[in-house]
Design a protein around this ligand. Structure first.
Ligand code: MGD
Ligand code: MGD
Ligand code: SF4
Ligand code: MO
Length: 698
């Protein structure tokens, strides 16, 4: 066969929920077909590197299982029995049912539910204008960033940090609670550059030996949820050995003799006992950063997915403050730059339509909500209809047994707009086929670097797949929400947002594909002060002030929160009944639940497995490859045991959110995860569950 001719190379952006938001160069073969996908070489952050899953995107875009037509359920819920219907029929049915439900139960009985399956704001956030116009129930966004952003803002007062391209100028790069080899490969590009060009040391803090940790000069393998103790032990040594930057502490932070006394009580022996590290390891880490204040702390999401995640994030963030790392180019910290976009996207979301007093429901608590938990329902009536875009809650949300029971309710009317027949779409009454990023226009932000990227439509959508923008407008028209209809095309909306946000003219931006939002360097490194009224970094967090800045809600008593950098013993208790700590860390070739459908991915990831320390396995009488059942009070899940010595005893890791159907007995990993909201403002502790392990009955 002849190789297909590449007609042109199109510049666009990766839409996935990944901090890297890579600039992409995609081969366009004809008006409906893409070829190879490459990372843009001239983008300083992408620097020509992308992950293997997106490099193979043609496999996903042109997959034979793409949804191509609207469908209506014909069998029982979840049976997978559907019939093809027209768009007009699908939209009319949705409009009619939504109006009936509204008439009988009020608009709050309808819950538009969305997340970041696409990070494009036009397609992702348009659902908000429909919600606001109708007074449908609100969504409290907790599933991903709530815990970690809270802990970071508690320290700096603002969600931004050192430009990640400066990592290449660091003397030491600390990769803490993130696994970029799997989740944001570009961090490795810049960290390795620092090592190659300057002999920088690479420190990795994680709970198992990840691909990232394998590359570390100093691997720090700690027990889950103990990062706060590690940070305190390190600060203790820094103060003890004269390695703290006293001048910086005095000029730029709220550090006082009270703070010092508190930290002096947390010696490295104490920290070693909690973290599982040796005292020597803690002291060596303290010496390394104390002697190399040009240290870049790349703080991830993963370590915050614990019940004490917000306080742990805050504690880790205290280290660069204590050594004055922020003073130096290539020093400081980055968790997310999402505070820097300053976008006016009111044309997409129409916040002025928002009606006062409408309840907001916690997206992580969808299980309790759909099964009638009064508290989760904010003391209101039941949810009778869901409109779902860009997320796969049947697979990704915690407390899965409840979520499943909820989706199975015969009286729940569920609409799912999707690219594939996900396990959520299977539970729907109406399924609508969605476009992919190469088939619609949008712009993309993501916190891992400094640019906002434009991603144009480069090929036509297959068959009847339609963008989210179309679906929101058409439903709005049918439920009497004219105010939520946008007469603009998706490209015109991008242009309008860019113009209102003073980003410039879209035609000009489309030439290069980006707007650089990098803060001036001294601002990104808080040289002029941190974003609190006194300009000082907070070792003593003001959680109420943090709450107000973030516009979020308490889920605990304010007095539960410590008023100084702390290690809080809040993780799910390990007991003789549930002695193992389980983390559900991301797999390399899935993106949350996405890519589960492509053959390359399924082959590479293999069956869902559980990494178990060989001595734990021996004590349980289990061998490599054994089918095992793990469980707790929430349910049971079957996996394949894999011996792995890069773990502490008593800790197990199940990588990747595999589809339920990939597990024997059809129940996936989120069956074991709790949906209890994490202090102080909510979120799910995806890496914090305790379980028992047994050989599966054959
Ligand atoms: N391939 C791939 N890429 C992804 C994703 C994916 O699923 N797959 N997901 C995307 C999304 S939505 C997000 S938010 C980002 C998240 O990306 P990251 O910031 O990397 O966060 P996580 O992947 O949740 O976890 C990172 C690491 O934290 C570790 N960890 C868990 N508990 C602890 C702890 O208590 N202490 C410490 N020190 N480490 C701990 C985990 O073992 C894991 O190795 O990645 C994005 N990129
Ligand atoms: N156990 C465990 N569970 C987790 C995590 C974990 O680490 N462990 N991580 C959590 C995290 S960090 C996150 S962010 C959540 C995310 O979970 P999800 O929000 O479900 O994430 P994705 O799998 O990225 O995207 C979901 C769906 O969006 C669809 N989609 C993509 N683009 C479009 C579009 O333009 N239109 C429409 N209509 N659909 C589109 C995709 O086909 C995909 O099925 O999962 C969480 N769940
Ligand atoms: S690394 Fe992240 S942003 Fe880059 S191509 Fe892969 S999924 Fe997309
Ligand atoms: Mo996420």
């Amino acid at each position: 066969m002849n190789k297909p001719l590449v007609r042109r190379i199109a510049r666009t952006a990766c839409p996935h929920d990944c901090p890297s938001t890579c600039a992409l160069d995609i081969e366009v073969l004809d008006s409906g077909t893409i070829g190879r996908v490459r990372g843009a070489r001239d983008d300083p952050y992408t620097a020509g590197v992308i992950c293997e899953k997106v490099a193979r995107y043609a496999e996903r875009a042109h997959h034979p299982d793409r949804l191509l037509h609207p469908l209506r359920r014909t069998g029982p819920k979840g049976s997978g029995q559907f019939e093809r219907i027209s768009w007009a029929e699908a939209l009319d049915t949705i409009g009619r049912r939504f109006l009936e439900i509204e008439a009988e139960y009020g608009p709050e009985a309808i819950w538009p539910y969305y997340y970041a399956g696409t990070m494009g704001h036009v397609q992702r956030d348009g659902i908000q204008r429909l919600r606001h116009a109708k007074g449908y129930s609100g969504q409290y966004d907790t599933i991903c960033t709530m815990i970690s952003w809270t802990g970071y803002v508690a320290g700096t007062g603002f969600l931004a940090g050192t430009n990640p391209e400066q990592m290449a100028e660091s003397d030491c790069v600390v990769i803490w609670g993130t696994n970029p080899v799997n989740t944001q490969i570009n961090v490795m590009t810049h960290a390795i550059r620092a090592r190659r060009e300057r002999g920088a040391k690479l420190v990795v803090v994680d709970i198992y030996r990840t691909g990232t940790m394998e590359q570390a000069d100093m691997p720090l393998l700690i027990r889950p949820g103990t990062d706060g103790a590690l940070a305190l032990g390190v600060m203790n040594v820094l103060l003890r050995d004269g390695l703290a930057d006293r001048a910086y502490l005095a000029s730029h932070t709220d550090f006082s003799s009270t703070t010092e006394a508190h930290i002096r009580a947390a010696d490295p022996q104490w920290a070693a006992q909690i973290t599982g590290l040796l005292v020597d390891e803690i002291e060596a880490f303290a010496r390394l950063i104390g002697e190399n204040p040009r240290s870049f702390f790349r703080l991830g999401y993963g370590f915050a997915r614990q019940r004490n995640g917000a306080t742990n994030m805050h504690a880790a963030l205290c280290l660069p403050a204590m050594i004055g790392a922020w003073r130096h180019r290539g020093g400081g910290a980055l968790h997310s730059n999402s505070g820097t976009w300053r976008l006016d996207k009111s044309e997409i979301t129409r916040p002025l339509l928002k009606q006062p007093g409408v309840r907001t429901l916690d997206m992580c608590r969808i299980g309790p909500i759909l099964t009638g938990d009064a508290q989760a329902l904010a003391s209101g009536g039941p949810v009778k209809a869901l409109l779902i875009q860009n997320t796969n809650p049947m697979v990704v949300t915690p407390d899965h047994a409840l979520t499943r029971r909820g989706f199975e309710r015969e009286d729940l009317f569920t609409v799912v707009h999707e690219q594939f027949m996900t396990e959520t779409a299977q539970m729907a009454d109406i399924v609508l086929p969605a476009t992919m990023f190469v088939e619609h226009n949008d712009y993309y932000t993501r916190g891992g670097h400094t640019r906002v990227l434009y991603g144009p439509k480069i090929i036509d959508a297959p068959s009847e797949a339609r963008p989210n923008h179309f679906v929101i407008n058409e439903i709005a028209r049918r439920v009497g929400a004219e105010a939520a209809v946008s007469e603009k095309t998706d490209r015109e909306l991008v242009a309008a947002v860019f113009a209102r946000s003073r980003y410039g003219d879209l035609d000009a931006i489309a030439e290069t594909g980006f707007v650089d939002r990098a803060l001036p360097d001294d601002k990104a490194r808080y040289q002029e002060g941190f974003a609190w009224p006194d300009g000082r970094f907070r070792f003593h967090p003001d959680w109420e002030a943090t709450r107000i800045k973030r516009g979020v809600e308490w889920v605990c008593e304010p007095s539960d929160m410590p008023d100084v950098v702390s290690y809080c013993d809040w993780t799910e208790p390990a007991t003789p009944e549930v002695p193992f700590r389980l983390a559900t860390s991301p797999a390399r070739t899935f993106l949350n639940s996405t890519f589960g459908e492509t053959p390359g991915t399924r082959k590479r990831e293999g069956p869902p497995s559980l990494l178990v320390h060989p001595e734990d396995a021996a004590a349980l009488g289990l061998a490599d490859g054994a089918p095992v059942t793990i469980g707790n009070h929430r349910g049971e899940v079957e996996l394949t045991l894999r011996l792995f010595d890069g773990l502490r005893r008593g800790v197990v890791v199940a990588e990747g959110v595999h589809p339920h159907k990939a597990h024997r007995k059809g129940r996936g990993i989120n069956t074991l995860i709790g949906s209890d909201p994490v202090k102080p403002f909510g979120g799910a502790a995806f890496h914090d569950a305790t379980v028992w392990i047994r050989a599966s009955a054959s």
